[in-house]
Design a protein. Sequence first.
Length: 267
Amino acid sequence: MRITLVGCGNMGLIYARAFIKYDIIKADKLLLVEKNAHRVEELEKLRLGTVVTPDNAAIGESELILIAVKPQDFPALAQSLQQHLKPGIVVLSIMAGITLAYLENLLQHKSLVRAMPNSPAGLGMGVTALIAHPATSAEQLRKAEHVLSTTGRTVFMEQESQLDAVTALSGSGPAYFFYIVKHMIEAGKAMGIDEGVAAMLVKQTMNGSFHLINQAEQSLDELIHAVTSKGGTTEAAFRVFEEQQIGENLQQAIFKAEQRAKELSKS
C-alpha cells in the first residue's frame, strides 16, 4: 500500500508514526505533503516518509490519501489535490466539520471516508468514529478502517449527522475528563494534601475505576451504589451533585458542544 499524508501537524504525525510502528507501511511508501520550506526540513529530519509538495505527481500513485489539515486550510489545498485523484484512491478526512458533501464538491471525488478521532490516539488508545460516502467500496472502507485502527478502536456510524454527537462526546471528551481530574486535585489541595500526593491519588483512582468499568459485570448505577454507603461520605457528596444538578448540567454542556459542531460543519 502507498499512503499520502496531507497535513503533518500533531494528529497527522501521530498517524505517520503509528503506520510505521505497526508496519502498515514502510517509510519509503509514505508521502508527507508540506509546502512550507522550513517545515519540509523539519519533517525530513524525522525520516517518517518522503516529503513532497502538493503538486507532486507521486501523490496520484497512492491508494489512500489522509487529509489532516486545519479545516480552514482545506479549500486552498483542494484544487492541488484534485488533479491527483483517480477513481481507485480513497480519501480519508479527519478534519472536523468538513462533511462528505463538501469534500465531494471541492475534490470532485466520491471515494470518501470521514472520521473523527480523539487525542488519546497519540497513545494508541483513541476511539475513532467513521462514515463513508455511498460510492466508497467495501475494500476502500476496509483500508481506511485498517489505518485508523493503528491509533485505537474504531466504530462505524450509520448517519453522518451522528459525527457531530461523536465530536461532542468523544472528540471533546478528554477535556471534560481533564477538567474533572483538575478540580478533584484542587479539592485535595484545599483539604491540606500535597499537590503531588493529591494528583497521584486522583489519577490512580481514575485509572482503577476505568478498569472496574471495563471488567465488572455490574452496571454503572450498581457500581455507584456499591461505593455509596447509607449516611456515608459518598452519599454526602452525591447529595451536592443532585442539588446542583451536576449530571444534568454535564449533559447540557455536551449537547451545547454538539450544537456548536453542527454550526461549524461545512456542507
